[in-house]
Ligand binder design. Sequence first.
Ligand SMILES: [Zn+2]
Length: 338
Amino acid sequence: MKAAVYHPKRRFEVTELPTPKPGPGEVLIKVNRSAICGTDVHAFMYDLAPDGSVLGHEFAGTIAAVGSGVTRWKAGDRVIGGGGEWPVGHEPPVRVHPRYNYRTMGFTNTRSRGYAEYTILEEWAPLAIPDGVPDEAASLTEPCSVAVHAVRKSALRLGDTVGVIGAGPIGLLVTQAALAAGAGRVIVAEPAPGRATAARSAGAETVIDPFEQDTVEQMVALTGGRGPDVMFDCAGLKNTLQQAFDSVKRAGQVILVAVPWEPLPLLPAEWMAREIDFRSSWGGLPEDWRISLDLMRQGKISAQVLMSDTSFITLDQIQPTFVSLMKPTTQLQVVIRM
Ligand SMILES: [Zn+2]
């Protein structure tokens, strides 16, 4: 099978590997669509992935073969590569151990292999793709679950005004998830014109251009001087968390969704007297994956708004694509067509 194998110093080698065989309790998945995640771009940029690993954890495909004892799946079933409920005792330590944090435990996810024609998962791990959800959309279930998780962690209530900073894939999905959850209106701050257009397609009422306008001033002015009820920081840039705190209404809530990789200058005196609630959100749980697929099936979340003509590449284009994604990008979501 064809696979993109990672080698140190930012190098993918597209090569032939033996097609794996499913062991007992495992399934072989033929990967059809594989989305490129910011986490993988980060692993590439900082050379975090182990030599010889095949990355990629956002994929959709079909069951090609099942190992002995597998009862849940048969060949031909359409699945995504994650979202299954962990069997009791197999919960990842990051979810159950009070101090475990894979941010500081290193990048060890060597079993994800969506950047290959075939991959193996344990039978509990995949989720069935509902009829009517195309593979391209289904491959984005993982980032969608991140957005659904963030919205479900928030204090958002019916009719609330939501502010979203950053309209990359996660910001666009948070915008749609917030509206699906009953937000009255969503105001987005995003400088890249392509992403601003996508934010409007995602349902944003107004898109602020932070290069032309002051994000905080606009967020406050557009809400009659109050500020949004809930602010989602989906950019994670040096000044965006402070902007979220400064924008949100008194006793409103700020949710950090993006991962800032550098120290942030925060000036709490500017906003703490307004008694703001702060919460961080990380990844998605199996329930968030199921809800994501259901929202896509119902048309309440569209993966289409994250994609354009330039969204699709072949596996052979993976190296230049990752190099280009390291720079601040105006690209929306990139998906590999296997
Ligand atoms: Zn991801």
